[in-house]
Design a protein around this ligand. Structure first.
Ligand code: NAP
Length: 254
């Protein structure tokens, strides 16, 4: 049996920010397996080369730049388009977590998490969309979170960034949809990565995640690939401004 042509993204060029490890790396692998040329991004050249070597095929490229720095982003996207080709797909995935009670959260930590999780998507999205809107097509997927909808003690700033990213997704859809660019969000639940390592190591918390999730388990990075491939494909050409939660059902139940 062959896949439906609506899901065919072979030959497209995709950039995944923050793809040296974790969710970004798994999404890059999924795009590569679907036949895309994939550009990996991160801040560390060595780590990025090692990450590229772990992916199959000869269509993997790297682009080292910090997604929080406007000048680096502008130069990075221009360089990718010149060196690799026009971007068809952008995945704004780079992100971080800083856990602390809100009363103890410092100004510096607040600005750092906002820059990394929210401003980055604006900067990279704007640079990519300048080109995509000119060409009349493109797919942008912002990696949101179940915390785009719900918060917990100790992660208010993270939830604020992910809630805002949900609304930035809708705003990008409003501005760029008329030019043929579809912007959507993918909202992972609790996924096993370095970012959640401290939570997995806490047996009580880990058991709570399993109990609280209808699917009865933590998510794996590969659980997110199907949703991304859908949002990046022609099957989603009339899907604009939506957040697809891939969370084992957690946002749907109390
Ligand atoms: P991770 O394992 O910590 O990986 C984060 C990635 O982002 C790394 O590749 C890192 O690369 C890159 N990065 C961080 N800051 C960057 C910057 N300023 N410029 C460029 N790259 C940067 O995190 P993850 O768990 O895979 O999370 C990925 C995304 O999914 C994040 O947006 C996160 O909020 C979201 N998410 C995760 C979960 C979860 O349960 N894990 C749930 C919901 C949403 P370098 O350090 O090499 O630069």
């Amino acid at each position: 049996m062959t896949a439906h042509p609506l899901f065919d993204i072979g030959g497209r060029t995709a950039l995944v920010t923050g793809s040296s490890r974790g969710i970004g790396h798994a999404l890059a692998l999924g795009l590569a397996e679907a036949g895309c040329t994939v550009v990996l991004n991160g801040r560390d050249a060595d780590r990025l080369s090692e990450a590229a070597a772990r992916l199959p095929g000869d269509r993997i490229r790297t682009a080292v730049f910090d997604v929080t720095d406007g000048a680096s982003v502008a130069a990075g996207i221009a360089d990718v388009e010149e060196r690799v080709g026009p971007l068809d797909i952008l995945v704004n995935n780079a992100g971080m977590q800083l856990r602390a009670p809100l009363l103890e959260f410092t100004d510096a930590a607040w600005h750092r998490i906002l820059d990394t999780n929210l401003t980055s998507a604006f900067l990279v999205g704007r640079e990519a969309a300048r080109r995509m809107t000119g060409r009349g097509h493109g797919k942008i997927v912002n990696i949101c979170s179940l915390q785009s909808e719900v918060a917990r003690p100790g992660i208010a700033p993270y939830a604020a960034t992910k809630g805002a990213l949900k609304m930035l997704t809708k705003g990008m859809c409003a501005d760029w949809g008329p030019s043929g660019v579809q912007v959507n969000g993918l909202g992972p639940g609790y996924i096993e990565t370095e970012l959640t390592r401290p939570l997995m190591a806490d047996e009580e918390f880990s058991a709570w995640v399993r109990r609280r999730t209808p699917a009865g388990r933590w998510g794996r990075t590969e659980d997110l690939v199907g949703g991304l491939l859908f949002l990046a494909s022609p099957a989603a050409d009339f899907v604009n401004g939506q957040i697809l939660y891939v969370d084992g059902g957690m946002t749907s139940v109390l």
